[in-house]
Design a protein around this ligand. Structure first.
Ligand code: ZN
Length: 349
Protein backbone atom coordinates (compact mmCIF):
# COMPACT_ATOMS: atom_id res chain seq x y z
CA UNK A 1 0.00 0.00 0.00
CA UNK A 2 2.77 2.39 0.99
CA UNK A 3 4.73 1.68 -2.13
CA UNK A 4 1.62 2.53 -4.23
CA UNK A 5 1.25 5.95 -2.59
CA UNK A 6 4.95 6.59 -3.20
CA UNK A 7 4.47 5.62 -6.85
CA UNK A 8 1.43 7.80 -7.12
CA UNK A 9 3.26 10.73 -5.67
CA UNK A 10 6.04 10.23 -8.20
CA UNK A 11 5.93 13.45 -10.37
CA UNK A 12 6.81 11.50 -13.52
CA UNK A 13 3.78 9.29 -13.03
CA UNK A 14 1.55 12.40 -12.67
CA UNK A 15 2.83 13.88 -15.95
CA UNK A 16 2.37 10.52 -17.65
CA UNK A 17 -1.26 10.37 -16.42
CA UNK A 18 -2.01 13.90 -17.68
CA UNK A 19 -0.59 13.06 -21.12
CA UNK A 20 -2.60 9.86 -21.18
CA UNK A 21 -5.81 11.72 -20.39
CA UNK A 22 -5.06 14.35 -23.06
CA UNK A 23 -4.26 11.61 -25.58
CA UNK A 24 -7.44 9.66 -24.86
CA UNK A 25 -9.65 12.74 -25.01
CA UNK A 26 -8.01 13.93 -28.26
CA UNK A 27 -8.42 10.48 -29.75
CA UNK A 28 -12.09 10.37 -28.76
CA UNK A 29 -12.74 13.86 -30.19
CA UNK A 30 -10.94 12.86 -33.40
CA UNK A 31 -12.92 9.62 -33.68
CA UNK A 32 -16.19 11.45 -32.98
CA UNK A 33 -15.42 14.05 -35.65
CA UNK A 34 -14.68 11.33 -38.18
CA UNK A 35 -17.97 9.63 -37.26
CA UNK A 36 -19.94 12.91 -37.67
CA UNK A 37 -18.21 13.71 -40.95
CA UNK A 38 -18.93 10.24 -42.35
CA UNK A 39 -22.53 10.47 -41.17
CA UNK A 40 -23.10 13.85 -42.82
CA UNK A 41 -21.34 12.69 -45.99
CA UNK A 42 -23.69 9.72 -46.10
CA UNK A 43 -26.71 12.00 -45.52
CA UNK A 44 -25.44 14.35 -48.20
CA UNK A 45 -24.97 11.45 -50.66
CA UNK A 46 -28.52 10.23 -49.95
CA UNK A 47 -29.77 13.74 -50.37
CA UNK A 48 -28.00 14.17 -53.70
CA UNK A 49 -29.35 10.80 -54.86
CA UNK A 50 -32.89 11.92 -54.03
CA UNK A 51 -32.16 15.16 -55.80
CA UNK A 52 -31.01 13.30 -58.92
CA UNK A 53 -34.13 11.18 -58.83
CA UNK A 54 -36.29 14.30 -58.48
CA UNK A 55 -37.66 12.74 -55.29
CA UNK A 56 -37.22 15.63 -52.84
CA UNK A 57 -39.78 15.91 -50.06
CA UNK A 58 -41.11 19.19 -48.68
CA UNK A 59 -38.71 19.05 -45.67
CA UNK A 60 -35.73 18.56 -47.97
CA UNK A 61 -36.32 21.99 -49.44
CA UNK A 62 -36.07 23.51 -45.98
CA UNK A 63 -32.79 21.58 -45.39
CA UNK A 64 -31.46 22.88 -48.69
CA UNK A 65 -32.13 26.41 -47.49
CA UNK A 66 -31.21 26.22 -43.80
CA UNK A 67 -28.46 23.52 -43.70
CA UNK A 68 -26.91 23.60 -47.15
CA UNK A 69 -27.36 27.36 -47.69
CA UNK A 70 -28.66 26.96 -51.22
CA UNK A 71 -29.75 30.40 -52.54
CA UNK A 72 -33.42 31.30 -52.07
CA UNK A 73 -34.05 31.76 -55.84
CA UNK A 74 -32.66 28.28 -56.59
CA UNK A 75 -34.98 26.70 -53.98
CA UNK A 76 -37.97 28.50 -55.50
CA UNK A 77 -36.96 27.25 -58.93
CA UNK A 78 -36.70 23.68 -57.61
CA UNK A 79 -40.06 23.89 -55.85
CA UNK A 80 -41.64 25.03 -59.12
CA UNK A 81 -41.11 21.45 -60.39
CA UNK A 82 -44.10 20.49 -58.19
CA UNK A 83 -46.17 23.09 -60.01
CA UNK A 84 -45.18 21.76 -63.42
CA UNK A 85 -46.24 18.28 -62.33
CA UNK A 86 -49.57 19.67 -61.08
CA UNK A 87 -48.71 18.68 -57.47
CA UNK A 88 -50.16 21.87 -56.00
CA UNK A 89 -50.42 20.58 -52.43
CA UNK A 90 -46.69 19.77 -52.31
CA UNK A 91 -45.75 23.19 -53.72
CA UNK A 92 -48.04 24.81 -51.13
CA UNK A 93 -46.35 22.86 -48.26
CA UNK A 94 -42.89 23.98 -49.46
CA UNK A 95 -43.90 27.64 -49.67
CA UNK A 96 -45.61 27.52 -46.27
CA UNK A 97 -42.60 25.85 -44.63
CA UNK A 98 -40.18 28.33 -46.23
CA UNK A 99 -42.34 31.23 -45.00
CA UNK A 100 -41.56 30.15 -41.42
CA UNK A 101 -37.79 30.27 -42.06
CA UNK A 102 -37.41 33.29 -44.31
CA UNK A 103 -36.83 36.60 -42.53
CA UNK A 104 -36.44 39.18 -45.31
CA UNK A 105 -39.58 41.12 -46.17
CA UNK A 106 -39.02 40.90 -49.99
CA UNK A 107 -38.65 37.11 -49.85
CA UNK A 108 -41.78 36.80 -47.70
CA UNK A 109 -43.74 38.82 -50.25
CA UNK A 110 -42.41 36.66 -53.11
CA UNK A 111 -43.37 33.49 -51.24
CA UNK A 112 -46.86 34.81 -50.52
CA UNK A 113 -47.29 35.69 -54.21
CA UNK A 114 -46.27 32.13 -55.17
CA UNK A 115 -48.59 30.69 -52.53
CA UNK A 116 -51.52 32.79 -53.78
CA UNK A 117 -50.85 31.81 -57.39
CA UNK A 118 -50.61 28.10 -56.51
CA UNK A 119 -53.84 28.18 -54.49
CA UNK A 120 -55.49 29.86 -57.50
CA UNK A 121 -54.15 27.26 -59.96
CA UNK A 122 -55.23 24.45 -57.65
CA UNK A 123 -58.76 25.90 -57.50
CA UNK A 124 -58.59 26.98 -53.83
CA UNK A 125 -60.10 30.41 -54.55
CA UNK A 126 -60.92 31.41 -50.95
CA UNK A 127 -57.39 30.61 -49.73
CA UNK A 128 -55.86 32.42 -52.69
CA UNK A 129 -58.06 35.43 -51.92
CA UNK A 130 -56.92 35.47 -48.26
CA UNK A 131 -53.24 35.34 -49.27
CA UNK A 132 -53.55 38.18 -51.79
CA UNK A 133 -55.56 40.35 -49.36
CA UNK A 134 -52.77 39.77 -46.83
CA UNK A 135 -50.18 40.97 -49.38
CA UNK A 136 -52.24 44.10 -50.12
CA UNK A 137 -52.27 44.98 -46.40
CA UNK A 138 -48.54 45.68 -46.39
CA UNK A 139 -48.03 46.21 -50.13
CA UNK A 140 -51.18 47.93 -51.50
CA UNK A 141 -49.60 48.60 -54.92
CA UNK A 142 -48.74 44.94 -55.59
CA UNK A 143 -50.10 44.49 -59.13
CA UNK A 144 -49.96 40.70 -59.11
CA UNK A 145 -52.15 40.64 -55.99
CA UNK A 146 -54.61 43.09 -57.57
CA UNK A 147 -54.85 41.15 -60.85
CA UNK A 148 -55.32 37.80 -59.12
CA UNK A 149 -58.00 39.29 -56.85
CA UNK A 150 -59.72 40.54 -59.99
CA UNK A 151 -59.66 36.99 -61.45
CA UNK A 152 -60.91 35.52 -58.15
CA UNK A 153 -63.81 37.98 -57.66
CA UNK A 154 -64.70 37.47 -61.33
CA UNK A 155 -64.89 33.69 -60.82
CA UNK A 156 -66.94 34.24 -57.64
CA UNK A 157 -69.22 36.59 -59.66
CA UNK A 158 -68.66 39.35 -57.09
CA UNK A 159 -68.68 42.15 -59.68
CA UNK A 160 -68.83 45.02 -57.14
CA UNK A 161 -65.52 43.87 -55.69
CA UNK A 162 -64.14 43.52 -59.24
CA UNK A 163 -65.05 47.20 -59.81
CA UNK A 164 -63.08 48.21 -56.69
CA UNK A 165 -60.03 46.29 -57.87
CA UNK A 166 -60.28 47.78 -61.37
CA UNK A 167 -60.34 51.25 -59.79
CA UNK A 168 -57.08 50.49 -57.96
CA UNK A 169 -55.50 49.15 -61.18
CA UNK A 170 -56.68 52.27 -63.01
CA UNK A 171 -54.91 54.43 -60.44
CA UNK A 172 -51.74 52.42 -61.07
CA UNK A 173 -52.16 53.29 -64.79
CA UNK A 174 -52.79 49.71 -65.92
CA UNK A 175 -54.68 49.40 -69.21
CA UNK A 176 -57.88 47.64 -68.18
CA UNK A 177 -60.30 48.97 -70.83
CA UNK A 178 -60.89 45.43 -72.11
CA UNK A 179 -61.48 44.13 -68.58
CA UNK A 180 -64.10 46.84 -68.00
CA UNK A 181 -66.13 45.91 -71.11
CA UNK A 182 -65.81 42.23 -70.32
CA UNK A 183 -66.88 42.58 -66.67
CA UNK A 184 -69.83 44.82 -67.67
CA UNK A 185 -70.92 42.05 -70.08
CA UNK A 186 -70.64 39.35 -67.42
CA UNK A 187 -72.58 41.47 -64.92
CA UNK A 188 -75.44 41.86 -67.43
CA UNK A 189 -75.52 38.14 -68.25
CA UNK A 190 -75.52 37.15 -64.55
CA UNK A 191 -77.98 39.87 -63.46
CA UNK A 192 -80.97 38.49 -61.54
CA UNK A 193 -83.17 41.53 -62.13
CA UNK A 194 -82.96 41.95 -65.93
CA UNK A 195 -85.21 39.95 -68.29
CA UNK A 196 -83.66 37.99 -71.21
CA UNK A 197 -84.93 40.69 -73.63
CA UNK A 198 -83.41 43.52 -71.57
CA UNK A 199 -80.17 41.59 -71.35
CA UNK A 200 -80.21 41.02 -75.13
CA UNK A 201 -80.64 44.75 -75.84
CA UNK A 202 -77.87 45.76 -73.46
CA UNK A 203 -75.49 43.11 -74.81
CA UNK A 204 -76.30 44.12 -78.40
CA UNK A 205 -75.32 47.72 -77.60
CA UNK A 206 -71.96 46.58 -76.20
CA UNK A 207 -71.46 44.19 -79.13
CA UNK A 208 -71.97 47.00 -81.65
CA UNK A 209 -69.14 49.01 -80.12
CA UNK A 210 -66.87 46.09 -79.25
CA UNK A 211 -67.16 42.70 -80.95
CA UNK A 212 -64.71 41.20 -78.45
CA UNK A 213 -67.75 39.99 -76.51
CA UNK A 214 -69.21 38.11 -79.53
CA UNK A 215 -68.79 34.62 -78.11
CA UNK A 216 -70.19 35.62 -74.71
CA UNK A 217 -73.19 37.24 -76.41
CA UNK A 218 -73.79 34.19 -78.60
CA UNK A 219 -73.46 31.78 -75.67
CA UNK A 220 -76.15 33.80 -73.91
CA UNK A 221 -78.43 33.91 -76.98
CA UNK A 222 -78.14 30.16 -77.62
CA UNK A 223 -79.23 29.55 -74.03
CA UNK A 224 -81.83 32.23 -73.39
CA UNK A 225 -82.89 33.93 -76.63
CA UNK A 226 -82.59 31.51 -79.56
CA UNK A 227 -85.22 33.39 -81.61
CA UNK A 228 -83.09 36.52 -81.58
CA UNK A 229 -80.09 34.43 -82.63
CA UNK A 230 -81.82 32.87 -85.66
CA UNK A 231 -83.39 36.17 -86.75
CA UNK A 232 -80.09 38.09 -86.50
CA UNK A 233 -77.67 35.45 -87.68
CA UNK A 234 -76.18 37.85 -90.28
CA UNK A 235 -74.65 39.88 -87.42
CA UNK A 236 -72.32 37.11 -86.34
CA UNK A 237 -69.19 35.28 -87.52
CA UNK A 238 -70.53 31.76 -87.17
CA UNK A 239 -67.32 29.79 -87.72
CA UNK A 240 -66.01 31.32 -84.46
CA UNK A 241 -68.65 29.33 -82.56
CA UNK A 242 -68.57 26.14 -84.64
CA UNK A 243 -68.30 24.07 -81.42
CA UNK A 244 -71.44 25.64 -79.92
CA UNK A 245 -73.38 25.16 -83.17
CA UNK A 246 -72.15 21.54 -83.50
CA UNK A 247 -73.58 20.53 -80.12
CA UNK A 248 -76.80 22.60 -80.30
CA UNK A 249 -80.03 20.67 -79.62
CA UNK A 250 -81.47 19.39 -82.94
CA UNK A 251 -85.01 20.47 -82.00
CA UNK A 252 -83.97 24.11 -81.57
CA UNK A 253 -82.35 24.47 -85.00
CA UNK A 254 -84.21 26.72 -87.45
CA UNK A 255 -83.68 24.72 -90.65
CA UNK A 256 -85.33 27.39 -92.85
CA UNK A 257 -82.53 29.75 -91.89
CA UNK A 258 -79.92 26.97 -92.14
CA UNK A 259 -80.94 26.46 -95.81
CA UNK A 260 -80.08 30.09 -96.55
CA UNK A 261 -76.67 30.03 -94.89
CA UNK A 262 -73.73 28.37 -96.66
CA UNK A 263 -71.72 27.68 -93.50
CA UNK A 264 -74.65 26.26 -91.52
CA UNK A 265 -75.70 24.11 -94.50
CA UNK A 266 -72.27 22.45 -94.69
CA UNK A 267 -72.05 22.19 -90.87
CA UNK A 268 -75.35 20.37 -90.49
CA UNK A 269 -74.86 18.16 -93.53
CA UNK A 270 -71.48 17.16 -92.03
CA UNK A 271 -73.36 16.39 -88.82
CA UNK A 272 -75.89 14.33 -90.82
CA UNK A 273 -78.92 16.52 -90.02
CA UNK A 274 -79.50 17.56 -93.66
CA UNK A 275 -78.44 16.27 -97.07
CA UNK A 276 -76.21 18.56 -99.08
CA UNK A 277 -73.28 17.80 -101.35
CA UNK A 278 -71.66 21.22 -101.45
CA UNK A 279 -68.07 21.05 -100.26
CA UNK A 280 -67.19 23.27 -97.34
CA UNK A 281 -64.29 25.73 -97.15
CA UNK A 282 -63.37 23.95 -93.95
CA UNK A 283 -61.42 20.77 -94.75
CA UNK A 284 -62.81 18.76 -91.80
CA UNK A 285 -66.41 19.52 -92.79
CA UNK A 286 -65.74 18.55 -96.42
CA UNK A 287 -64.30 15.19 -95.30
CA UNK A 288 -67.31 14.53 -93.07
CA UNK A 289 -69.75 15.48 -95.84
CA UNK A 290 -68.06 13.13 -98.33
CA UNK A 291 -68.01 10.22 -95.85
CA UNK A 292 -71.70 10.79 -95.00
CA UNK A 293 -72.56 10.68 -98.71
CA UNK A 294 -70.39 7.66 -99.52
CA UNK A 295 -71.17 3.98 -99.03
CA UNK A 296 -67.97 3.49 -97.01
CA UNK A 297 -68.53 2.45 -93.43
CA UNK A 298 -66.37 5.17 -91.85
CA UNK A 299 -67.51 6.56 -88.54
CA UNK A 300 -65.93 9.98 -88.17
CA UNK A 301 -66.80 12.78 -85.80
CA UNK A 302 -65.67 16.33 -85.12
CA UNK A 303 -63.71 17.40 -82.03
CA UNK A 304 -62.69 20.83 -80.86
CA UNK A 305 -59.76 22.41 -79.07
CA UNK A 306 -58.81 26.01 -78.40
CA UNK A 307 -55.68 28.07 -79.10
CA UNK A 308 -54.95 31.29 -77.26
CA UNK A 309 -54.32 34.11 -79.75
CA UNK A 310 -52.00 35.78 -77.21
CA UNK A 311 -49.80 33.02 -75.73
CA UNK A 312 -50.51 30.38 -78.45
CA UNK A 313 -51.06 27.65 -75.85
CA UNK A 314 -53.67 24.94 -76.42
CA UNK A 315 -56.49 24.03 -74.07
CA UNK A 316 -59.21 21.39 -74.55
CA UNK A 317 -62.05 23.35 -72.93
CA UNK A 318 -63.21 26.87 -73.67
CA UNK A 319 -62.87 29.45 -70.95
CA UNK A 320 -63.46 33.21 -71.04
CA UNK A 321 -59.93 33.77 -69.81
CA UNK A 322 -56.97 31.82 -71.11
CA UNK A 323 -55.95 29.43 -68.28
CA UNK A 324 -52.28 30.13 -69.09
CA UNK A 325 -51.96 33.90 -69.66
CA UNK A 326 -55.41 35.10 -68.40
CA UNK A 327 -56.11 37.02 -71.63
CA UNK A 328 -59.78 37.83 -72.06
CA UNK A 329 -61.79 35.99 -74.73
CA UNK A 330 -58.60 35.12 -76.60
CA UNK A 331 -59.28 31.39 -77.10
CA UNK A 332 -60.03 30.54 -80.73
CA UNK A 333 -61.81 27.33 -81.64
CA UNK A 334 -60.12 24.79 -83.91
CA UNK A 335 -61.79 21.65 -85.24
CA UNK A 336 -60.26 18.26 -85.89
CA UNK A 337 -61.53 14.93 -87.14
CA UNK A 338 -61.83 12.09 -84.65
CA UNK A 339 -63.09 8.54 -84.50
CA UNK A 340 -66.86 8.36 -84.19
CA UNK A 341 -68.67 7.27 -81.06
CA UNK A 342 -69.37 3.69 -82.09
CA UNK A 343 -65.93 3.04 -83.55
CA UNK A 344 -64.24 4.48 -80.46
CA UNK A 345 -66.30 2.30 -78.15
CA UNK A 346 -65.88 -0.88 -80.16
CA UNK A 347 -62.09 -0.35 -80.25
CA UNK A 348 -62.09 -0.36 -76.44
CA UNK A 349 -63.40 -3.90 -76.31
ZN1 ZN B 1 -53.03 32.63 -73.35
Amino acid sequence: MNSLIIEYRNPLFGIFTIFLVIFISSFLTYAYNIYIERKSRKEYRNFIRKFELGDLKEDDYISLYTTYNLPFDSIILLASSFLHKGEYNKAISVYQALLLHVKEFVKKEELLELLGKTYFKGGFLQRSKEVYLKILKFSPRNKQALFYLLFIYEKLKDYDKVEDIMESLDELEEDIRMDKTYIRTLAIIDSVTLSPEEKTNKLLTIFHTNNLIERLFLQFLLKYNKDFFWQNIHLFTLNKIIDLLWYIDYNTINFTIVEQNKFLKSLYSAKGYIQDNTASELFELSVLISTKNSTLNVDLDLNFYFICSKCKKITPIHDNRCPHCHSILALQVKSQLSKGYYEKNSSLQ
